[in-house]
Design a protein around this ligand. Structure first.
Ligand code: KG4
Ligand code: ZN
Length: 338
């Protein structure tokens, strides 16, 4: 058993990406198929849950077939079926869960339920095969902003979290205000490159407080007020400067707290995870601060930052080793915590 390779078919459908992957031993990706619904939700300026569920139903069988074909593995080579069961949109999650249950039953394989946030963290094991706990992970996505101390592969301690908006949510809202479209994060990131980050001073909420929690709704209001006030006064608004100054305020707080948390735990490794982990400025500043503090910095490639099933397959492997299997009564848990 110890020497046997473990191949996991993983399924992810918590938001607007239908994804399936085959992952060996938690670190080797044989396939990672992602069918994104961005073009559909773009029209509405955000994800429409009912539409997302319907699209998952339409796509999931093909996505899974493609993942198996691309990996070139047969059913006999699969050791377990893993699926995200929360947090996320309930209807969207249920599509993945029910498909995973059906496959596990028909193929007589164990079923593994994975927490989406733990999945994001695990993307780092795929990117860097040498990374091992303990390390501090800053998880920043459209729905979550968590500072997580990863003590072992299956043991997490949340050191801080957002009290209101997630970092990605703030990016998306600012993008809407600047008419950049959905999803806003990558667009703000790009526009910010041509702006002056020191042009406008936006608040760094709770930066100096003792807490490792975050708050981004005040910053969001402050940017919206700035734009509205400037419009009323008939002043020219340099969108690139707004984007760069907003981004700097977000990055400042995120990086500061991540380093602070690492120091509290006397931890010499810091990792990034989640959609916002693709942000070029966040990667740059966190890397610099880690270097200054003699901390090793890890971050997944952009394709592993965004929602995908390979990260779910990685996380599931460590649960497989622990024999953490679930029954056919597995349900979606939209507010699942870590
Ligand atoms: O992890 P993810 O794909 O989905 C969730 O689990 O939420 O994260 C999506 C979020 C969106 O808010 C998107 O705008 C943001 O990640 N994002 C970015 C960048 N790329 C994606 N935010 C800032 N800069 C980026 N380059
Ligand atoms: Zn995600």
């Amino acid at each position: 058993m110890e020497n046997k390779n473990i191949n996991i078919l993983a399924i992810e459908s918590s938001c607007d990406e239908t994804a399936a992957a085959v992952v060996r031993n938690g670190r080797e990706v044989f396939s990672n198929v992602i069918s994104t619904q961005i073009d559909i939700h773009k029209k509405y300026g955000g994800v429409v849950p009912e539409v997302a569920s319907r699209k998952h139903i339409e796509n999931i069988d093909t996505v899974i077939k493609d993942a198996l074909d691309e990996a070139n593995v047969g059913i006999e080579d699969i050791d377990a079926v893993a699926v995200t069961y929360g947090p996320g949109l309930v209807g969207a999650l249920l599509v993945g869960i029910n498909t995973a249950k059906a496959l596990a039953y028909a193929w007589e394989k164990p079923l593994i339920g994975v927490n989406h946030i733990e999945g994001h963290i695990s993307a780092n094991y795929i990117e860097d095969k040498t990374l091992e706990p303990p390390y501090m992970c800053l998880v920043v996505s459209g729905g979550h902003t968590h500072l997580v101390y990863v003590e072992s592969y299956n043991k997490y301690e949340v050191m801080g979290r957002t009290r209101d908006d997630a970092a990605g949510e703030a990016y998306d809202k600012i993008a809407r205000c600047l008419n950049l479209g959905y999803p806003g994060g990558p667009k703000v990131d790009k526009l910010a490159k041509s702006g002056n980050k020191d042009a406008i001073h936006f608040p760094r909420v709770m930066l100096k407080d003792d807490t490792l929690d975050f708050s981004f709704s005040g910053l969001k209001s402050s940017v919206l007020n700035y734009v509205n006030r400037s419009k009323q006064k008939g002043e020219e608004i340099v969108f690139a400067d707004v984007a760069a100054s907003f981004q700097e305020a977000v990055v400042d707080v995120l990086v500061n707290k991540a380093i602070k948390a690492a120091k509290i735990k006397n931890c010499k490794q810091v990792a990034l995870a989640g959609g916002v982990a693709s942000n070029s400025r966040l990667r740059e500043v966190l890397k610099n601060e880690c270097d200054k503090n003699n901390i090793k910095f890890y971050r997944p490639s952009p394709i592993l930052c965004t929602d995908n099933a390979a990260m779910i397959g990685s996380c599931a492997y460590f649960k497989f080793l622990n024999k953490e299997f679930v029954g056919y009564d597995l349900n979606a848990d939209p507010n699942l915590d870590i």
